[in-house]
Design a binder for this molecule. Structure first.
Ligand code: PAP
Length: 354
């Protein structure tokens, strides 16, 4: 759909109108081309067993679920995302702390706009407040509506750094990334339990042993997990003002220090008065596992991400602890994951939190 024609408030001269119509038409053609490119690509991609769906497809080294349309999103994003220097992007591999960070960044960024007693997080879950651009960049209508969002925009993404458009990752874009990683043993367990709950009844169960083998081989949504982490880690070393790299375990251990860092990084440091008034602690309390998981809004009902995906909101809150893997993985499994981590992270300067 031509963009200018779809906006009734657009007040422009006939000459400009003609020009915008032409640009809109060009863009509509280009949306169509992207869609064709996506359709042609699908049958050519390597396939592996899926966790929550029958198959995952490999695209540029990473695994995608064809039915979640994230792969389509990755391709559309490449061609149609227009970054703004004020954009903040929360990047995560699934089950590493996305829900928590969505709440923390939203509350920190918008703290001047809302009273805590009447805060949007009390009535809308973190996923309802911070959209994944993975699923919205799918067609001209959704792209247009997200282009219309006021600045500063806050998006989340599970896409690996190397699959993001250069227009976003280049330092001149001004966009900032917050990334959170988590110990892979806890990620595996959290992911397996989450996916087991969400796996359609028609598909046979995926045992922990099978999930473990797939995870170790890198076959999981947006995996290989280690490559995902290293992509953002390297970017954070190269451009520390562009990518803030956090660890779930450090955040659990000392949230105050990390929420302060987060606020500084997004250009909204806490003032001395806010510090005196306990604003940091209030945000941490608001976004804590205990608080969020006990809110009615997060206890049930479906969170819709795209026409194809909806997840029961309560599934985003399980235990929220460090080291729960000990209750699920054998010593041998833990050793193998540690070995892979040692090999993959060798020379990178990164160690997973414990
Ligand atoms: P997603 O990628 O599907 O959005 P994500 O939010 O990254 O999931 O991860 C969910 C994990 O974060 C769960 O971990 P667990 O399975 O080991 O328990 C979930 O419990 C945990 N979690 C959710 N909210 C919070 C929170 N406020 N504080 C700490 N951990 C949280």
């Amino acid at each position: 759909m031509p963009l200018a024609a779809s906006n009734p408030c657009h007040n422009i001269s006939p000459e400009n109108y003609k020009q915008e119509m032409k640009e809109g038409d060009d863009e509509a053609i280009s949306f169509q081309k992207t869609d064709e490119k996506y359709r042609d690509l699908i049958p050519t991609l390597p396939k592996e067993k899926g966790w929550m769906v029958e198959h995952l497809l490999q695209y540029n080294g990473y695994w995608f679920s064809p039915s979640t349309s994230a792969l389509k999103g990755a391709i559309f994003l490449q061609h149609h995302f227009k970054p703004r220097p004020t954009d903040v992007l929360l990047a995560t591999s699934p089950k590493t702390g996305t829900t928590w960070l969505k709440a923390l960044i939203f509350a920190t960024m918008n703290r001047a706009n809302f009273e805590l007693s009447n805060h949007p997080l009390l009535t809308t879950g973190p996923h309802g407040l911070v959209p994944f651009f993975d699923f919205i960049f799918q067609d001209d209508d959704s792209i247009s509506s997200h282009r219309a969002l006021p600045s500063p925009r806050l998006f989340a993404t599970h896409f690996p750094y190397s699959l993001l458009p250069e227009i976003v990752t280049t330092s001149s874009s001004g966009c900032r990334f917050v990334y959170i990683c988590r110990n892979p043993k806890d990620v595996l367990v959290s992911k397996w339990l989450f996916m087991s709950k969400s796996r359609p009844k028609e598909l046979p169960n995926l045992s922990l042993e099978e999930a473990f083998e797939l995870f170790c081989r890198g076959v999981s949504h947006f995996g290989p997990y280690w490559d995902h982490v290293l992509g953002y880690w390297k970017a954070s070393l190269e451009s520390p003002n562009k990518v803030l790299f956090l660890k779930y375990e450090d955040m659990k251990n000392d949230p105050v220090v990390h929420v302060r860092r987060l606020a500084e990084f997004i250009g909204k440091p806490f003032s001395a008065e806010e510090e005196r008034n306990g604003a940091v602690e209030e945000i941490i309390r608001l976004c804590s596992f205990e608080n969020l998981s006990n809110l009615e809004v997060n206890k049930g009902g479906m969170q819709k991400f795209s026409p194809e995906i909806a997840v029961d909101k309560s599934n985003f809150f399980r235990k929220g602890q460090v080291g729960d893997w000990k209750n699920y993985l054998t010593e041998e499994m833990a050793k193998r994951i540690d070995q892979i981590s040692d090999e993959k992270l060798l020379g990178s300067g990164l160690r997973f939190g414990t």
